[in-house]
Design a protein around this ligand. Structure first.
Ligand code: NAD
Ligand code: WQD
Length: 339
């Protein structure tokens, strides 16, 4: 049986998607270079699904290794998560981001062409919309000039896919994630940020666990009801499920064009202060936080219009932001040996 290749499958979203694929009976092979993950994630995956997936420690920037992998492994579809994702780091080191996020996609697509692999799912981001003109954001909202090199790589990636699908046999789906949070309910896998977390929820849970003294809230003077920024926080397990649905759509040839784009969000916006208070409620802990000036590059308010994913893909989120926070907290406590 041909396998599904999950690049970046030991990372945060990739590992949850591997489990979701295994639960549907897919045979998975993971490529990851461990630049932002640990090999022990394989153990977590195995504990949940009972299956240890094939793992290849390959850096996708090494074209010859990528070619060799495809020569040796029959692949039916690819879910491409592997990328660098820290917005601030991409501003400091843009070439790292252009190399890691652009070259790797090109090499994979060349192998798709060579080996007639038709099914490709890509990890895009709501960052392609920039500061939206209208909320909630639909898929046909304009893609604005990217605020960061990271965001630009996602826009370029989408254009590469669009152009490639226009001429060959490839069919691809870009999934534009809003803000993924949470962990598998078993707490066997979750988000493992290296160093100081840049994202809100891991910073909150690490503060709750006592690793960080205080959370900084970046601005309370935005034009929103409580003055803090609004985002669409989606449980990573819901997000993972959407990848399986999107892949199945391609395998069943249900797609209506060779390149499709879907928003993956809940459709509900939550402010930073609402997330903090929800965390306090689910954890029973007071969170130490203070208001500091705005963080450069933050957009005010972003949340998804989910109609297309709902009606066309037939996928909807099941979990609330509170449930996602609860799972993130359970995971953090497990990782830190608390409770
Ligand atoms: P992650 O860093 O946890 O996972 C990415 C994985 O890819 C890591 O395990 C890393 O080791 C691996 N990797 C990176 N470069 C590689 C290379 N050259 N060769 C092989 N492996 C490589 O990130 P994540 O949060 O799981 O994100 C997955 C994807 O989703 C990324 O493309 C990211 O840009 C996108 N995305 C993430 C978010 C988010 O907030 N987490 C939001 C929107 C989009
Ligand atoms: C959420 C809110 C912050 C940390 C980023 C990327 C985006 C996408 C998802 C990949 C914002 C506030 C945060 C903190 C805070 N990733 N905040 N204190 O910026 O919406 O999106 O991740 O594609 O491209 O930009 O997520 O979690 O960093 O921030 O007040 O210590 O929390 O200002 O309003 P963001 P985030």
């Amino acid at each position: 049986m041909a396998k599904i290749l999950v690049t970046g499958g030991l990372g945060y979203i990739g590992s949850h998607t591997v489990v979701a694929l295994q639960e549907k009976g897919f045979e998975v092979v993971i490529i990851d270079n461990l630049s932002n993950s640990e090999e022990s994630v394989l153990h977590g995956i195995e504990k949940i699904s009972g299956i240890r997936p094939q793992f290849e420690n390959i850096d996708l920037r090494k074209k010859e290794l990528v070619q060799q992998f495809f020569a040796e492994n029959p692949i039916e579809g690819i879910i491409h998560f592997a990328a660098s994702k820290a917005v601030g780091e991409s501003v400091e080191n843009p070439l790292l981001y252009y190399e890691n996020n652009i070259n790797t996609l090109v090499y994979l697509l060349q192998e798709c062409e060579k080996h007639s692999i038709q099914n490709f799912i890509f990890s895009s981001s709501c960052t392609v919309y920039g500061e939206p003109d209208q909320l909630p954001i639909t898929e046909d909202a304009p893609v604005k000039k990217a605020i960061s090199p990271y965001g630009n790589t996602k826009q370029i990636n989408e254009e590469i896919l669009y152009d490639t699908c226009a001429v060959g046999n490839l069919q691809a789906i870009s999934l534009r994630y809003f803000n993924p949070i949470g962990a598998h309910p078993s707490a066997e896998i979750g988000e493992l940020p290296k160093g100081t977390p840049q994202n809100l929820v891991p910073f909150i849970t690490q503060t709750g666990a006592g690793l960080r003294a205080e959370l900084s809230v970046f601005g309370d003077d935005y034009p929103t009801p409580d003055g803090s920024c609004i985002r669409d926080y989606i449980h990573v397990v819901d997000l993972a499920q959407a990848h399986v649905v999107a892949l199945q759509r391609l395998l069943d040839n249900k797609n209506t064009s060779s390149y499709e784009v879907f928003n993956l969000g809940t459709g509900k916006g939550s402010s930073v202060l609402e997330v903090i208070h929800a965390f306090e409620k689910v954890s029973g802990k007071k969170l130490n936080y203070k208001i500091v000036p705005r963080r450069p590059g933050d957009v005010i308010s972003v949340y998804a219009n989910t109609s297309k994913a709902d009606e066309v893909l037939g996928w909807k989120t099941k979990y609330s932001m509170e449930e996602a926070l609860q799972s993130a907290w359970k995971w953090e406590k497990k990782v830190r040996g608390l409770d």
